[in-house]
Design a protein around this ligand. Structure first.
Ligand SMILES: [Zn+2]
Length: 223
């Protein structure tokens, strides 16, 4: 018997077919993500550190099929991809540490939310089967992070967030793609100031560090 998740995913595929979708990974027609590209989305968790020293577990490297899917979700509004991407994210979220903590996505700017109609990190957390806690808000207008190096990114986001309420719970900060880690450092700072115990960061994908200071600039969230 089909369970609800499989039924939903079957519904997504039917919709994709009806909409004339093509695979985000390889452009094959009639599906948002074909079986072989879906296989490439199996989580391969690894840990990176932010400049502030926060360990961040990422489900996938930001390369290949994963990178193409994320770009399509973020840049082209292909929300059907949130389900397979959320499944990959659940590979790092489904741990004991996470079950004892609140999952706090980094906040998206009003402009980005207006443009897309959804918040990418929150949507991914929900599709992973968890409840995002919107405890952070942006308070400062930031410049576009793309094209900035590590130092400039950190300076650009410093004190750009604040917690919507004080608390002492354990929290995990979450972003869709981690590039330099400056955004997650700022999220952790804002939560600590408000009393929270920040355990670690988590991300759907991380850019490989050897690619330089900025990594692939298209990985950056558009604020
Ligand atoms: Zn494919």
């Amino acid at each position: 018997m089909l369970d609800t998740t499989r039924l939903r995913s079957l519904g997504d595929e039917l919709l994709a077919f009806a909409l004339g979708a093509s695979c985000a990974g390889c452009d094959r027609g009639g599906t948002v993500l074909c079986t072989s590209c879906r296989r490439m989305m199996r989580p391969k968790p690894f840990v990176v550190r932010t400049p502030g020293g926060l360990p961040v577990e990422a489900a996938l490297p930001f390369t290949g099929v994963a990178a193409r899917c994320i770009r399509r979700l973020k840049g082209e509004g292909e929300t059907l991809l949130a389900r397979p991407l959320g499944e990959a994210l659940s590979g790092v979220l489904a741990t004991e540490a996470v079950s004892a903590a609140l999952i706090v996505p980094v906040p998206t700017s009003r402009a980005a939310h207006r443009r897309r109609g959804y918040r990418v990190p929150d949507l991914l957390v929900r599709r992973a089967g968890f409840r995002p806690q919107r405890l952070l808000r942006t308070i400062a207008q930031r410049s576009d992070q793309r094209g900035l190096g590590i130092q400039d990114r950190a300076a650009n986001v410093f004190e750009s967030m604040h917690a919507t309420r004080r608390g002492s719970e354990r929290v995990i900060v979450l972003d869709d793609v981690i590039t330099t880690g400056a955004t997650l450092d700022e999220a952790a700072r804002a939560l600590r100031v408000a009393g929270y115990d920040v355990l670690c960061g988590m991300a759907l994908a991380a850019t490989p560090r050897h690619r330089g200071l900025i990594g692939d600039s298209s990985a950056t969230r558009r604020i």
